[in-house]
Design a protein around this ligand. Structure first.
Ligand SMILES: [Zn+2]
Ligand SMILES: [Zn+2]
Length: 258
C-alpha cells in the first residue's frame, strides 16, 4: 500500500491511497483542473481513480467531488448524513454508495474501517485503510479524541494526524471570538498538544510514517508542530512529515518486513 497527499488544509484536501491497482481518493476539495494538475506530479491518470471516499461535507473536503465523479465516472462513498448535508452542492453522483460509520467495508482490495468522531458536521468519519498487511489511519477534522478513536488507530503502520493549530496562536489571532471557540471546541479541530496527547496514548511501535495534517496557515507553523510532537514522543524532528496545502507529497510506500 502507498499513499500521497495532493494537499491538506482549510483551502482543500485530497489524499490518494493505492494498493495493487486499486486507487482511492480520500476527499476532494480542489477544482478538477487543480486535481488533475496535482495528480500529474504523481504520474497518476485522472481516470484511474477507483473510488472517492468522503469524510464529511465541509467545502475543503467536497468542493471537487461532484464534478470529478461525473467527469471520470468515479463511484463515491459517504455516510447518509454527509449526503443529506452535501447533496445540493454535490449535484448528481453517477454511482453513490452509503456506508454505516459503525461497520467496516471494502472497496476492491482495500478494507475501510470508519472512525466516527465529533466535528461540526452531520455524520463525519475518518478512516483506517487496510490492505491485509498494513493499516494506514487518517484522523483530521476532529474536535476531540476518545478511547474508541485511539483503539481504532493504535498499532497502525502509518498515521496522518491533524495538527490544526497552536492554542496560543489561535487565541492571539484576529479571528472573531465565535470562530476561535468553534475551532478550539469539542466539535472543532485538534491542536498540537491534543495531537501529542494522542501519540502518547496509542501504540506507535509499528509506525513507518507519521504525517501531521490539516495545519492552519494562520494559527500554526511546521516548526511548532515538530517541536511539540518531538518533545512528546522523543522522535527526531525530521521523522515528522508535514502535509502541505500547496505541494503534492511524494508517494510513501509501506514496506517494512517484520
Ligand atoms: Zn477540513
Ligand atoms: Zn471539517
Amino acid at each position: 500500500m502507498q499513499f500521497a497527499f495532493l494537499g491538506s488544509g482549510s483551502r482543500g484536501n485530497a489524499l490518494l491511497v493505492e494498493h495493487n491497482q486499486t486507487c482511492l481518493m480520500l476527499d476532494n476539495g480542489f477544482s478538477t483542473r487543480e486535481t488533475v494538475t496535482r495528480l500529474g506530479f504523481l504520474q497518476q491518470a485522472p481516470d484511474a481513480i477507483d473510488a472517492i471516499l468522503v469524510t464529511h461535507e465541509h467545502s475543503d473536503h467536497i468542493a471537487g467531488v461532484g464534478v470529478y465523479a461525473r467527469r471520470y465516472q468515479v463511484p463515491v462513498w459517504m455516510t447518509p448524513g454527509t449526503y443529506e448535508a452535501a447533496r445540493h452542492r454535490l449535484g448528481d453522483i453517477p454511482t453513490l454508495n452509503f456506508f454505516d460509520p459503525g461497520n467496516s467495508f471494502s472497496i476492491q482490495n482495500l478494507d475501510i474501517t470508519p472512525i466516527p468522531l465529533r466535528h461540526d458536521a452531520r455524520q463525519p468519519c475518518q478512516f483506517v485503510i487496510g490492505d491485509g498487511q498494513y493499516r494506514f489511519a487518517v484522523l483530521t477534522d476532529t474536535g476531540s479524541s476518545s478511547a474508541e478513536i485511539e483503539s481504532l488507530i493504535s498499532g497502525c503502520d502509518a498515521l496522518a494526524l491533524e495538527c490544526n493549530h497552536d492554542q496560543k496562536m489561535l487565541q492571539n489571532s484576529d479571528y472573531p471570538k465565535s470562530l476561535k471557540q468553534r475551532v478550539a471546541g469539542q466539535m472543532g479541530h485538534l491542536d498540537n498538544d491534543s495531537a501529542a496527547d494522542i501519540l502518547r496514548s496509542i501504540d506507535c511501535s509499528r509506525l513507518q510514517y507519521f504525517v501531521a495534517a490539516h495545519l492552519s496557515e494562520k494559527n500554526n507553523m511546521p516548526t511548532l508542530v515538530r517541536d511539540t510532537l518531538s518533545s512528546a514522543t522523543g522522535w527526531a524532528e525530521e521523522t515528522i512529515q508535514i502535509a502541505s496545502q500547496d505541494r503534492v507529497s511524494p508517494w510513501r510506500t509501506l514496506s517494512r518486513v517484520f
